[in-house]
Design a protein around this ligand. Structure first.
Ligand SMILES: [Zn+2]
Length: 477
């Protein structure tokens, strides 16, 4: 682990992020341009996110399956907008086994097409519907400017693909999964998100409507943390996915797709982290508490270690790490676990043994404020309560930060000011030219029209024409 200090967030949020990801051993640069290696600590975090999502998918009736990594090029070409959107980002295989392929294959950038092809085969009648399948896997998009977790050529994710008999059912599914993502982000990761609809220009290639959850990072930039798309009958027509309805009439199905990726790890880092390093929410932290025995000599050690062993047993069920390394001092260990964002530190020294106490130190409240001595009795229950408090405090802090940094501009000049250091929530007429104008002037894009946002009769912040919706403008990752 790197011993040198991280740059502060104020000095450079970007350098802070890049160095933290490496120093905390979440990920490393791969010897392939733009690709990442997710290290065990980062993967353990991803596994916890996966588990929390997977439970929610299954609770809403979905099942998992696996589809091929390669997709014939002609599949992508069947949906015009889809291929136009993805063409610049495709990795294409032209040679296999030493021979030129008859038809190029793409390494999947997303799987609507190959899954659509299979659905056409599997779906015959209304009795086969709905089909509710999710896939955990990796995809490749040829990105030019990359950043660990946030934008890499290859990344890990889940993609849900569903087929329904009616438009209403598919629309309902699209919003249901947006809700699942919202609940996941808030409950598990303590990341406050705004669920909303994307503009035409920001939507998924081939979708009728796209929805996203948008989160504010510690530098006030926005991060799209998950998306859910209503695909209408676009892919059903392209792949001829038809079913016989109750009247024995052939109908095209209605489909949806939704995805959340390892990018979400970036959201957690940039929502909660501070100058000392990561701060991981207890519910998803790979290590929830680290136990550090403190002694200066063998005599103290012989007093402390039996109590440590007993406490380790009592805390089974909590993701606990015992740091009993002898080659480094406690202060070094404190810094290292702070850097890695472990929510809670437990210290036990000879005085604690004598007094039947332990010291508990919260990662989210550095220094004396977050450190207290508690009785060794009922320690597991006390720690569980404290972890619940930490989880809640992280969420509240992130909500407050977001609220402080969302402003409602009265004029376009105000908007230009605001988006240099926050989000601007403003009326927009819906015209892509106004959206483009804001982007050209400020680099801020429309993030989403919140589902529970303000509706009514307003005046577009850019052109002054009537506007029915307010949208969030922000610079985004
Ligand atoms: Zn306008």
């Amino acid at each position: 682990m790197a011993a040198e200090k991280l740059p502060s967030q104020k000095e450079s949020f970007s350098d802070w992020y890049n160095q933290l990801v490496l120093a905390a051993e979440l990920a490393d640069y791969a010897p392939v341009r733009g690709c990442m290696v997710v290290r065990p600590y980062g993967w353990a975090l991803w596994e916890n996110l996966q588990e929390a999502l997977d439970q929610r998918f299954k609770a809403t009736g979905h099942v998992n399956a696996a589809f091929p990594l390669f997709i014939p090029m002609s599949f992508l070409e069947k949906e015009k907008e889809h291929v136009e959107g993805f063409s610049p980002e495709l990795a294409v295989v032209t040679v296999g086994g030493g021979e030129k392929l008859e038809e190029p294959w793409v390494v999947r950038p997303t799987s609507e097409t190959i899954i659509g092809y299979m659905y056409a085969k599997w779906i015959q009648s209304y009795r086969d519907l709905p089909v509710l399948i999710n896939q955990w896997g990796n995809v490749v998009r040829w990105e030019m400017r990359t950043k660990l977790f946030l934008r890499t050529l290859e990344f890990y994710w889940q993609e849900g693909h569903t087929a329904h008999a009616t438009k209403e059912e598919a629309e309902e599914e699209t919003l249901r999964m947006l809700d699942v993502y919202t609940d996941f982000a808030i409950t598990e990761a303590a990341v406050p998100v705004i669920p909303g609809r994307k503009s035409e220009s920001e939507k998924f290639s081939g979708a009728i409507d796209s929805f996203s959850i948008e989160a504010m990072m510690g530098d006030t930039r926005a991060l799209q943390a998950g998306t859910s798309h209503f695909l209408g009958q676009n892919f059903a027509r392209a792949f001829d996915i038809q079913y016989l309805d109750h009247n024995n009439k052939l109908q095209h199905v209605w489909t949806t797709s939704w995805g959340l990726s390892t990018r979400f790890i970036g959201a957690i880092i940039m929502t909660h982290g501070d100058d000392q390093g990561l701060i991981l929410p207890p519910r998803v932290a790979p290590i929830q508490a680290v136990l550090i025995p403190i002694y200066r000599n063998d005599q103290e050690k012989s007093l402390v270690m039996p109590v440590v062993a007993r406490i380790v047993d009592e805390l089974a069920g909590i993701r606990l790490e015992l740091d009993n390394r002898e080659e480094v001092r406690p202060g070094f260990k404190f810094n290292e676990w702070e850097l890695k964002g472990v929510p809670l530190r437990i210290e036990i020294g000879p005085k604690d043994v004598a007094q039947g106490s332990v010291a508990l130190a919260r990662r989210d409240k550095p220094g004396k404020e977050g450190r207290k001595f508690v009785s060794q009795e009922n320690l597991a229950a006390q720690i569980r309560d404290l972890m619940g408090d930490i989880q809640m405090a992280l969420y509240q802090k992130a909500v407050s930060f977001r609220e402080e940094n969302i402003h409602e501009p009265a004029t376009y000049d105000e908007l230009k000011q605001i988006v240099t250091h926050g989000w601007a929530y403003a009326w927009w007429c819906g015209d892509p030219e106004c959206e483009q104008g804001v982007k050209t002037d400020t680099k801020a894009t429309t993030r989403c029209i919140p589902l529970d946002g303000v509706k009514g009769e307003g005046v577009c912040i850019y052109c002054g024409k009537p506007a029915a919706d307010k949208v969030h403008f922000a610079r985004a990752y």
